[in-house]
Design a protein around this ligand. Structure first.
Ligand SMILES: [Zn+2]
Length: 270
């Protein structure tokens, strides 16, 4: 699933390419991911012109000259492509926007779970997924004080807690593992068991892990293009079960539950 570093990189990639570019033609091949009437989707986009590309939580927001937005939540397997028309389309390509700069913006989604909306005149309050979004983790608004205050409302296992978009936006399964490794906190520890100094380490790890990863992924997207799977080679523990922990050398533990992989070091994370 694309998370903050991935989505920020995609945003920057498109921001360097599509503002002021017009959409000539819209082809919807797999309509299930489009959560507005197909005719409305096509008529809003056809002939419209892209403005700045934004991001909020796990949504990429393509602003349009009409004042509307194309909002894309890729969920687990939704991916964007920016290709020449003659390049072969992937299976499960859900829609294609033919642009007046000779490229196509394509969206494909193996599991077809993505959610695509047209947000009329930027009325984001109309989207339920938007209503409860917490602060952006790299924004000035996300302070240590505000985070710790908000954290008190959550009682469950800390990994689930930091993946909750209402506490802090855009952290998913992979970066939750990385953040907890950096903070030295066991993923199944209950939030209510965390001492104050662990809360401080957690806050600092959210900022540093996401900030560093955002820079790495942005470089790779710019140099190597948009990925089919996320660029994740820089991760230290996530999906590295059995490999030596980069801090202590003990093998990394990997547990799968509810189809979700959790990787951590039993020695370094208490
Ligand atoms: Zn370790």
């Amino acid at each position: 699933m694309p998370e903050l570093p991935d989505l920020e990189a995609y945003r920057a990639f498109f921001n360097r390419r599509i503002p002021d570019v017009a959409i000539n033609e819209v082809t919807v091949r797999i309509p299930i991911v489009v959560r507005v009437p197909k005719d409305d989707f096509i008529s809003t986009l056809t002939g419209n012109v892209f403005g700045e590309v934004e991001r909020r939580g796990k949504f990429i927001l393509f602003s349009l000259r009409s004042g509307d937005y194309l909002a894309i939540h890729p969920m687990l397997t939704g991916r964007l492509q920016y290709r020449q028309p003659q390049e072969k389309r992937r299976p499960k390509t859900c829609f294609v926007l033919a642009l007046n700069n000779g490229h196509e913006l394509r969206y494909f989604d193996e599991r077809r779970m993505g959610k695509i909306y047209i947000v009329k005149q930027g009325d984001f309050a109309s989207l339920s997924l938007f209503a409860d979004l917490g602060p952006e983790p790299l924004s000035d608004e996300f302070t240590e004080e505000a985070f710790r205050e908000h954290l008190r409302h959550f009682r469950g296992q800390i990994k689930s807690v930091i993946r909750t978009d209402s506490l802090v936006a855009a952290i998913g399964n992979a970066y939750a593992d990385e953040i907890l490794f950096a903070a030295g906190i066991h993923p199944y520890r209950k939030r209510i068991e965390l001492p104050p100094e662990a809360e401080v380490r957690l806050y600092q790890a959210i900022r540093s892990v996401l900030g560093e990863a955002a820079a790495i992924v942005a470089d790779r997207v710019e140099n190597e293009g948009l990925p089919v799977d996320e660029y994740r080679d820089h991760l230290k523990v996530h999906r590295r079960g059995g490999q030596p922990c980069p801090k202590c050398g003990s093998p990394i533990t990997e547990i799968t539950s509810n189809q979700r992989i959790t990787s951590f070091c039993r020695h370094c994370q208490k």
